[in-house]
Structure formats: structure tokens, C-alpha cells
Write a protein that binds this ligand. Structure first.
Ligand SMILES: *Cc1c(COP(=O)(O)O)cnc(C)c1O
Length: 336
């Protein structure tokens, strides 16, 4: 048996989810006639108390569409220095939207209002116009860290006061919501658009959502079509997403408890884990010879990932059990 702690994207649909998939009512979603896609979109919009939502192929597509729908070529978009949008999305907004990403320094992935304000361009013939601010919650490269409600509201209000739109890359917004006990509708009140992944800790095989105003979603639907992301009987996929939202949100708490257990266990073995930074379902382990530790674990059927050179990342998810974490800790304790 394999214990796969590389990412929460490795989760496979459960039997109950597969049953929902098999029974999904479908239609042609490009005609707006897939009842399951429509149901998922209405459900997501209600959860966030936004006007509308859109089902998408991936988180990268969602972030890219959010950027393209709220900027024009030559605009500048503010992102935190370690943002997923900057590191891991193939330069999509530059390639497809003519966007210049401007990195703002952060602490644990969180930018201060001051740092954001100081990077918003004034009107000047030299400057590209700053159009959009992106926040990442939870923050991936920082190790699944969460924004506080006050931080989101403060930075969001400041950006709005300067005429910017605000997008939240909430690939794991539900992890943040459960950890901080903040309903997503409150967490995202001060943001104009949100992207979240169905295919990570929520356990669906495919898909992401965008939520926002009706006007924004209409633009997003156009961009989705232009990027080749409009699908036909997509209810087959949307049914899994709907099942995930109805059943797999509260249980994220279990993933967080397992991450805490792993982190405490590693710490007890004398390893260099910062327990204060384990806020959701990720554990970051700085380790000098990370590649060799990863290989030793692989030989014991345990998979973990490399977040950056010298930092191992473990991610808990719904296909990881309490016993898996015990076995992982025992294995690490016995390694030569
Ligand atoms: C995974 C992730 C994405 C992209 O999602 P994909 O579905 O893999 O394209 C975007 N942002 C963050 C923070 C992520 O962790």
C-alpha cells in the first residue's frame, strides 16, 4: 500500500461520489442546459453569497480567466512574491493577457496593506496601470497558511479605494474557512472574484469554480469559451463537485488534525518543523538532504514532495488515515 502525501490533488473519487457521477442528469452546458452544472453553479454562488458562479476545468484556468476578465493588456496585477499565479501557472496571464505581474513581499504568504498600497501605481506616463490585486488563501508555498478576516478586509478595502479589483486564489479556501471558522461568504466579502478547486482536499476528480458578480461571470464565461474550456455534458464532472461541496467540507478538519499529528511527531523526532505554521493540511520540513530523505521514504512506500530546494512538503487529505501517519512517523524514526 502506498501512502501518498505529495498533494491533496491525488485523492480519488469515493464510491458514493462515483454513484453521484453515474446518476448525474446532463445536457449541453454550452446551451446552458446541463442541470447538474447549473445546480453546482447555483450552490457555489449561494455558499459565497455572490451573484453567480462558473464551473471550470482547473484552478489555473480559473485564475487566468479571473485576471483576463478584470484587466486589459499592459495592465499590472499585484501578487504576493510566492504566489501560485506567479510560480506555477506557466506565465498564463503574460502569454494570454499581456499582463505584467508585480510581486509584493509577504510574510507566510500574507501581504500588509502598506506594502500593497505602496505598489499601486499613480497616474504617470511611465507607469502601467495597476488593475487587480490577487490574494492566495490558503497560501500554497507558505505551507497552507491562512489570512485572517481583518487582513483580507483591510487589504481589500485599500485596493478598492484605489480603484483596483480584488481576486482571491482560494484553491484551498475551504481549508482556511474550516481552520479559522470563518464562513467563506464572510471571508470573501471584500473580494470581487474567487477561484476555488474541487479537485484538491474536497476530493472531486476534476474541476474548479469561479464566483463573483453576474457581470464578472458573464465575462468569465466568454473567456472560458475562448480558451477552449467550455464543455458539453459536463454534469458528469459537476456532479462530483456538487457531492464534494455537500459532503467533504467539514471533514477537512480531520486532514488538519492529521497534519498537526504529523508535525508534532516530526518535531518529537528532533526535526525542524515550525508547529505554529501548520495551520491547515500541510507540513513543511526543512531538511538539508531532502532528495535523499524523499528517496528513502519512497522505498518504504511513502511519497512526499519538494516545496522548494531543501524543504519537504507533506499534504494530508481524505485518502490518508490516522494509521498512515503513525506508519510514516515510525518509518522516519527508524531511518538510518
Ligand atoms: C493547485 C493550485 C492552483 C491551480 O489549480 P490546478 O487545478 O492545479 O490548475 C492555483 N492556486 C493555488 C494556490 C493552488 O494550490
Amino acid at each position: 500500500m502506498l501512502i501518498d502525501l505529495r498533494s491533496d490533488t491525488v485523492t480519488k473519487p469515493s464510491l458514493a461520489m462515483r454513484k453521484a457521477i453515474a446518476e448525474a442528469e446532463v445536457g449541453d452546458d454550452i446551451y446552458g442546459e446541463d442541470p447538474t452544472v447549473n445546480q453546482l453553479q447555483e450552490y457555489a454562488a449561494q455558499l459565497f453569497e455572490k451573484e453567480a458562479a462558473l464551473f471550470l476545468t482547473s484552478g489555473t484556468q480559473g485564475n487566468t480567466i479571473a485576471i483576463l476578465s478584470q484587466t486589459e493588456p499592459g495592465s499590472e496585477v499585484l501578487v504576493e512574491a510566492d504566489a501560485h499565479i506567479f510560480w506555477y501557472e506557466g506565465g498564463a496571464s503574460a502569454a494570454l493577457g499581456g499582463i505584467q505581474l508585480h510581486q509584493v513581499p509577504g510574510r507566510k504568504g500574507i501581504m500588509t496593506t502598506e506594502d500593497v498600497l505602496s505598489r499601486i501605481r499613480s497616474e504617470n506616463v511611465h507607469f502601467p496601470p495597476t488593475k487587480l490585486l490577487c490574494l492566495e488563501n490558503t497560501h500554497n508555498r507558505a505551507g497552507g497558511t491562512c489570512w485572517s478576516l481583518e487582513e483580507v478586509n483591510s487589504v481589500g478595502e485599500a485596493a478598492h479605494s484605489k480603484g483596483l479589483k480584488v481576486h482571491m486564489d482560494g484553491a484551498r479556501i475551504f481549508n482556511a474557512s474550516v481552520a479559522k471558522k470563518i464562513p467563506v461568504k464572510d471571508y470573501t466579502k471584500e473580494v470581487d472574484s474567487v477561484q476555488f478547486c474541487l479537485s484538491k482536499g474536497l476530493g472531486a476528480p476534476v474541476g474548479s469554480m469561479l464566483v463573483g458578480s453576474k457581470e464578472f461571470i458573464d465575462k468569465a464565461r466568454f473567456w472560458r469559451k475562448r480558451l477552449g474550456g467550455a464543455m458539453r455534458q459536463a454534469g458528469i464532472l459537476a456532479s462530483a463537485g456538487l457531492y464534494a461541496l455537500e459532503h467533504n467540507i467539514e471533514r477537512l478538519e480531520e486532514d488538519h488534525a492529521l497534519a498537526k499529528k504529523l508535525a508534532c511527531g516530526l518535531k518529537a523526532l528532533g526535526l525542524d518543523v515550525n508547529l505554529n505554521e501548520v495551520e491547515t493540511n500541510m507540513v513543511m520540513l526543512p531538511y538539508a538532504d531532502a532528495d535523499s530523505l524523499l528517496e528513502k521514504l519512497r522505498q518504504k512506500n511513502i511519497l512526499a514532495g519538494l516545496s522548494k530546494p531543501g524543504v519537504i512538503r507533506f499534504v494530508t487529505h481524505l485518502d490518508v488515515s490516522f494509521n498512515d501517519i503513525d506508519y510514516t512517523l515510525e518509518t522516519i524514526a527508524k531511518l538510518p
